[in-house]
Design a protein around this ligand. Structure first.
Ligand code: PEP
Ligand code: MG
Length: 313
């Protein structure tokens, strides 16, 4: 039995009717975490939250320090895809050595690629470190709102002689609405449902009293996910989900039904998610996803999934 579990853990993940879905890990610690994720069956890293290298210190990490950290993770991933997200500093991820202007609403302020455009040398250093890594490295940009932001960073990469696949996170309503434009410039899309839900529903992701209403299965969020997925699939590029919704097993049939081909989740969730995907039928997923887009509340979407898919955990 253990042998079967081990071989299931590392083998490709396909639905019961043979549709391939890649299951990646969200990482944000270092090489040991990456090795653990691979052991649990992760097929790559869908987002390295690089903020861990920038936080809790007095100065930013040097190029060499970053290179060493990224290379260690790449080695642990042993040739699997490795998506390095450029730093998403600001809002819920502050650092002491950058002097931010006073902000009334930090979640609507300087963060992600906006922070990078205020401190461009910080971004150049990070890109140089990432470009030196031997492995299947891809770069991903947080808080994109329009295609020119991707082009600007592709120009920076080209200026340093690096040609790495460059993807955009879809985590602002603007990115969801302009997804068809983004895929002209991005090599892939990855949907960050934590921020996308915050911005679509206008509820701070850290708001305690309103957290019960912060459900990424809200049909409004699903419509933007559908839009991003359709835009990517139309040009044969991949659309992933790397936000918390990917780790919600109730969401798996809906996301797969919407055409999402890659799910990235915290390492401990990888085995359960792979097992759940293997039980799904893609036609049933598509039917449920189409119906979910017409519902009015996340509760109704959850009820629809529960009524149509048996849980066998
Ligand atoms: C997201 O917003 O869903 C996401 C994956 O990024 P983070 O949670 O790091 O903001
Ligand atoms: Mg985010």
């Amino acid at each position: 039995r253990r042998q079967r579990e081990q071989s299931e853990a590392v083998s490709d993940c396909v639905t019961a009717d043979g549709v391939r879905v890649e299951v990646f890990a969200n990482l944000g610690k270092g090489a040991a975490e990456a090795a653990e994720a691979v052991g649990l069956g992760a097929e790559g890293c869908g987002v390295l939250r690089t903020e861990f290298l920038f936080m809790d210190r007095e100065t930013p990490p040097s190029e060499d320090e970053q290179f060493a950290a990224y290379q260690g993770i790449a080695d642990a991933l042993a040739g699997r895809p490795f998506i390095i997200r450029t730093f998403d500093i600001g809002a819920d991820k502050p650092v002491p050595y950058l002097h931010f202007p006073p902000e009334d609403n930090p979640q609507l302020g300087l963060r992600g690629v906006r922070t990078a455009s205020v401190w461009p040398e910080l971004l150049t250093t990070q890109l140089k470190a990432a470009a030196r890594v031997k492995g299947q490295v891809r770069i991903m940009l947080p808080m994109i709102t329009a295609p020119h932001e991707i082009r600007a960073i592709r120009t920076v990469l080209a200026g340093m002689g690096a040609s790495l696949p460059l993807g955009a996170m879809v985590e602002t309503p603007s990115a969801g609405l302009l997804a068809d434009q983004l895929v002209a410039d991005a090599d892939f899309l990855s949907i960050g449902t934590n921020d996308l839900t915050q911005y679509v529903l206008a509820i701070d992701r850290g708001h305690r009293a309103l957290s019960g209403q912060l459900d990424a299965l809200h049909p409004a969020v699903l419509r933007l996910i559908a839009r991003a997925s359709d835009a990517a699939n139309a040009v044969h590029k991949s659309a992933a989900v790397c936000g918390g919704l990917a780790a919600d097993l109730v969401a798996a049939p809906i996301l797969i039904g919407l055409g999402i081909s890659e799910l990235s989740v915290p390492p401990p969730v990888v085995p359960r998610l792979k097992a759940a995907i293997r039980r799904l039928n893609s036609d049933a997923c598509r039917t449920a996803a189409r119906a979910a887009l017409e519902l009015e509340t996340p509760e109704a979407v959850r009820a629809l999934v529960k009524a149509n898919f048996v849980e066998e955990d």
